[in-house]
Structure formats: structure tokens, C-alpha cells
Design a binder for this molecule. Structure first.
Ligand SMILES: NC(=O)c1ccc[n+]([C@@H]2O[C@H](COP(=O)([O-])OP(=O)(O)OC[C@H]3O[C@@H](n4cnc5c(N)ncnc54)[C@H](O)[C@@H]3O)[C@@H](O)[C@H]2O)c1
Ligand SMILES: [Zn+2]
Length: 351
């Protein structure tokens, strides 16, 4: 079944979620864009799996195609790759009406999106997410960036795509751990909005289906439409992420993002239950769900270590850090928390 969600941000765009979309990419992009050339941006792993299909489809719809391939992984999300890609676009003479097409996970989308945002002060950009995380999170909302040695995502822009095509068949080739990472973000949406998503997630086979992905995209787009620039409500999407980033940092990024977010959500929710800010049942529901998906709910790092890492987090404003706290399943709140209280809060969450 095909699902389409309209996002009213930037120029407004459709997110189409369906099986078989890689083969239809050309005609779908043709209907949304008027350019002549497409530059497919993809990592070496995804290139081997899907680039030929997308290119053949694009040529069938009358596009000239170019292909930029980079080595898979976060270590490629750098200013160096961005510069190589930008020069590739210039060398291949992509013009103002041509399109950059990101085919891959969040690394590809963030990198290609930032190149599209900055090349010629912005050219057309299409997202084709092939990881669950990219489908439910990074391909929607217009955050693009590359990493600096000083920190993740420090060099970037808000730049909305013109179209998002999510082929659910592509998830079949995901490694188990990559799929599991995406499930952590999906569970985050269930904590933010509750039913009917929560019920669907009780069967893990539903997690990469059109219904669940569409619901997550709807939730993200509603929030982004109200707060495109991350000044208020959009911070809710950071549920589990402040502690999660600390876990990622402390582990030297050997704990993956999804696992770190799972640990963060578990810690924050346990602390809230302990302090009477949410019920014990709310915490148990989350913890059960994380376990069902094989996600971790605890860490070896101490509250002191994590609080220290959190203090260096870029989302810090003055003497407080915004924590996203669950009040109940389906309702979280942004709570500015004094730096001095972080360690004891995290301590309660790890216990
Ligand atoms: N822009 C945003 O709003 C936003 C939100 C969340 C995360 N992010 C960013 O997203 C990135 C993480 O995204 P990710 O987890 O998708 O990482 P990723 O893009 O590195 O993909 C993970 C791995 O899966 C492989 N892969 C991708 N699709 C595949 C498929 N269909 N079959 C087999 N293998 C496949 C990739 O080659 C890679 O090795 C981070 O850089 C993070 O900062 C951005
Ligand atoms: Zn995340």
C-alpha cells in the first residue's frame, strides 16, 4: 500500500512511502522537478545494491544522470567529502534547476542535503531514505549537516527536500543492528504520541511497514511544521538524545546512535518514575518495548561520567539543559534542568 504525507515546510513536499519506489523514482522525480540532470549521491554499500535501479529509472524518465559515491559510514560525513561532492557538481555542470538525489541512510541525506543547500546557494534536493532511521527521522524536516572534528553536525543548514521517496523494500537488505537502531527512533515517536503507534509496535514485524513509517513521518512533520527552526517544540524529538549523546561520546561512538538513544530514553524515564514525574507503569511499558526490540536499557558508564559529557553538549543554554521528560505514554515535556542537578537525575535513571 502506498502512503503519501504532505509536509508544509520549505516549499512544501510529499513523502511517499511504498514498496517498489526505487524503480519508479524517475517518473516520480520528473513529476516534481523540472531539471534535466540528476546527481545520485550514495555510499559504496548502497551504490552496489540500488544505484543501478534508480539510475535506470531516472534515465527512463528522460534525466541525464551522474553518480557520486563515497565510503560508507559517519567518518565520511565531513567538510572534505562535502567539498569533493560540491566540486563534482560543478565539474558535471549541474544547474539551478537540476537535482541532487540522496540515496541511502542519514549520513548520505545529511551530506547530500548540505551540498544541495550550499551549491549555487541551493539546488533541488530529493531524499531516498534506505535505512529505517533515515525513513522515520533524517529524511524529513530539512536538517542537513556535516561533522567537524569539534563536534557532530556543526556545519549545516536547514534545507527542505523537494520530494522524499521511501521504498520499504529496501529495508530487506539492512543489517540487524542498523534496523534495530531505526526501531529506537520509532519507539521514541510512540513515547511522544502513544496510540495507535504503540499498539502496532507490540508486533516487531510491523516496525518497517508502511503504516508505522507513515505515522512516524506524520508526527515528525506536524512538529516540524510548527517549529521548523528547532526553537521550541521540535526539541521534543530529542527525547532520549541528551543522555544518548553522552553515551555515544563516552563510548567513542562504539555504541551506535539507536542503542544510545534507547539507553537515554530508559534512563530519563526511570528517573521520572523514581521521582514521581511519571508512573512506574509508563517506565515499564517503555522498558518492555525496548527489550522486545533487543535494544539496551542500561550502561556501564557512571552518572558522573555521563553528566560531564552532557555538560559539553551543544544544546546547552546557560546554566540549564533542556531535558525531554515523559509525563505518560504519548506525552512528553521540555524541562530546562539546572546543570547542577544533572548528575543526581541521571543517577536515579541508572539505578
Ligand atoms: N537530519 C536529521 O534530522 C537527522 C536525524 C537523525 C539522524 N541524522 C544523522 O543520520 C546519520 C545516521 O543515519 P543512518 O543510521 O541511516 O546511517 P548511515 O547512513 O551510515 O547508514 C547505516 C549503514 O547502513 C548501510 N545501508 C543503508 N541503507 C541500506 C540498505 N537498504 N541495505 C543495506 N545497508 C544499507 C549504509 O551503507 C551504512 O553502512 C547520522 O549522521 C545522524 O547524525 C540526521
Ligand atoms: Zn536520533
Amino acid at each position: 500500500m502506498s502512503r503519501t504525507i504532505r509536509v508544509n515546510a520549505g516549499g512544501g513536499y510529499d513523502v511517499v512511502i511504498a514498496p517498489g519506489l526505487l524503480r519508479e523514482a524517475g517518473t516520480r522525480i520528473r513529476a516534481a522537478c523540472r531539471g534535466e540532470k540528476l546527481c545520485l549521491v550514495t555510499d559504496d554499500r548502497v551504490a552496489a545494491l540500488y544505484a543501478d535501479t534508480v539510475e535506470a529509472s531516472a534515465r527512463g524518465a528522460g534525466f541525464q544522470t551522474e553518480r557520486f559515491v563515497f565510503p560508507q559510514g559517519e567518518t565520511s560525513k565531513t567538510p572534505e567529502t562535502w567539498l569533493r561532492l560540491s566540486r563534482f557538481l560543478a565539474e558535471k555542470e549541474l544547474g539551478g534547476t537540476d537535482e541532487v538525489v540522496a540515496l541511502g541512510g542519514g549520513v548520505t541525506g545529511d551530506l547530500a542535503g548540505f551540498a544541495a543547500a550550499s551549491y549555487r546557494r541551493g539546488i533541488g534536493f530529493v531524499q531516498m531514505p534506505t535505512t529505517l532511521l533515515a525513513a522515520v527521522d533524517s529524511s524529513v524536516g530539512g536538517k542537513t549537516a556535516v561533522d567537524l572534528p569539534e563536534g557532530k553536525n556543526l556545519l549545516g543548514a536547514f534545507y527542505q527536500p523537494r520530494l522524499v521517496l521511501c521504498d520499504t523494500d529496501s529495508f530487506r537488505t539492512l543489517e540487524r543492528n542498523t534496523r534495530r537502531d531505526g526501531c529506537a527512533e520509532i519507539i521514541k515517536y510512540a513515547m511522544l504520541r502513544g496510540e495507535p503507534l504503540l499498539e502496532r509496535l507490540r508486533d516487531p514485524a510491523n516496525a518497517d511497514g508502511e503504516d508505522v513509517i507513515a505515522r512516524c513521518v506524520e508526527i515528525k512533520s506536524e512538529i516540524v511544521e510548527r517549529d521548523e527552526r528547532d526553537r521550541g517544540e521540535r526539541k521534543l524529538l530529542n527525547f532520549g538524545h541528551t543522555v544518548g549523546h553522552a553515551v555515544e561520546l563516552m563510548s567513542g561512538f562504539s555504541v551506535t546512535h539507536g542503542c544510545a538513544v534507547a539507553i537515554g530514553m530508559a534512563a530519563v524515564t526511570r528517573a521520572c518514575a523514581k521521582r514521581g514525574l511519571c508512573s512506574a507503569e509508563t517506565a515499564e511499558t517503555l522498558l518492555d518495548l525496548l527489550r522486545l526490540y533487543g535494544l539496551p536499557t542500561g550502561t556501564e558508564f557512571t552518572a558522573g561520567e555521563l553528566a560531564k559529557a552532557m555538560r559539553s553538549d551543544k544544546k546547552r543554554a546557560g546554566d540549564t539543559i533542556d531535558l525531554i521528560l515523559p509525563k505518560r505514554i504519548g506525552h512528553c515535556e521540555i524541562v530546562p534542568t539546572p546543570i547542577a542537578e544533572l548528575e543526581s537525575f541521571v543517577e536515579d535513571g541508572l539505578g
